[in-house]
Design a protein around this ligand. Structure first.
Ligand SMILES: C[S@@+](CC[C@H](N)C(=O)[O-])C[C@H]1O[C@@H](n2cnc3c(N)ncnc32)[C@H](O)[C@@H]1O
Length: 236
């Protein structure tokens, strides 16, 4: 029995934005596990995988919407057990996550539960929504000598202000809860550029220039924000 599984990054949504290596592993796998956190919603990950391989190889696993740690830990352990069962029956197993598996991803938690069972996880990188959004905008995240920051958007205005001032470019992910704080922070920081990119690479992709107008609240679902600080605010 093999004691490893693959964690495959699927890229930001467009089926052609997965790597050749990821494609080969999906095709070679007997079971492709798609963890999903919402029982009712449509799974973008499943759409990407089923673009490349037959539905019969896909194993969906649903996580509850709530963020209760004990419940989630129990579910990750349960899924790891199930995957161990697949390995024991001689199957080649992979699991997938959107974007890059090492960034804000269920892969990180599932990897821990698999490792607890002595199962090695081999990671196949994916194109993050960070890269996809920056490329979509044609905005450099950094040039020589610069740095950029990536954060889950905080809900406190002054924390957002501090982060926007910390780097020449700042990326905010999971932007729903802190949306109001970000709009206020933009007014204080007055960056050179500020974009919200919704559903990059997917149907209904939208780009909002936040210096022109405030995007509607609904625009924050599956969206990422890129801020370019004005040059004279360096070290402010
Ligand atoms: C749980 S994290 C997953 C990030 C993923 N591992 C990655 O590398 O892109 C989910 C957040 O990623 C961003 N995101 C993922 N896919 C996106 C897309 N297609 N368009 C815009 N933002 C996206 C959003 O900020 C979303 O709240």
């Amino acid at each position: 029995m093999s004691r490893f599984v693959y964690s495959v990054g699927l890229g930001p949504g467009e089926p052609e934005l997965i790597t050749l290596k990821a494609l080969k592993i999906l095709q070679a796998s007997d079971v492709v596990v798609v963890p999903q956190s919402d029982e009712t919603g449509r799974s973008i990950a499943k759409d990407i995988v089923s673009y490349h391989i037959g539905l019969q190889k896909i194993f969906m696993y649903y996580f509850p919407m709530n963020n209760k740690k004990a419940e989630l830990d129990r579910r990750y352990a349960e899924l790891a057990d199930t995957m161990q069962g697949f390995l024991e029956s001689g199957k080649m197993v992979s699991f997938v996550t959107m974007g890059e598996p090492t960034i804000f991803s269920t892969s990180n938690y599932l990897t821990r539960s698999l490792n607890d069972l002595g199962i090695e996880v081999r990671h196949i990188p994916g194109i993050s929504s960070i890269n996809a959004a920056a490329s979509r905008l044609g905005v450099p995240l950094c040039v020589k000598g610069e740095h950029f920051g990536v954060y889950e958007l905080p809900t406190d205005v002054w924390t957002v202000v501090t982060l926007m001032r910390r780097h020449p470019a700042t990326v905010f992910m999971k932007v729903s809860k802190g949306f109001g704080a970000m709009i206020e922070a933009l007014d204080i920081v007055k960056p050179e550029r500020a974009y919200l990119v919704q559903r990059v690479g997917l149907e209904e992709e939208r780009v909002y220039d936040m210096l022109e107008s405030v995007p509607p609240r609904e625009a924050t679902y599956l969206s990422i924000v890129i801020i370019k600080r004005a040059p004279d605010t360096e070290n402010a």
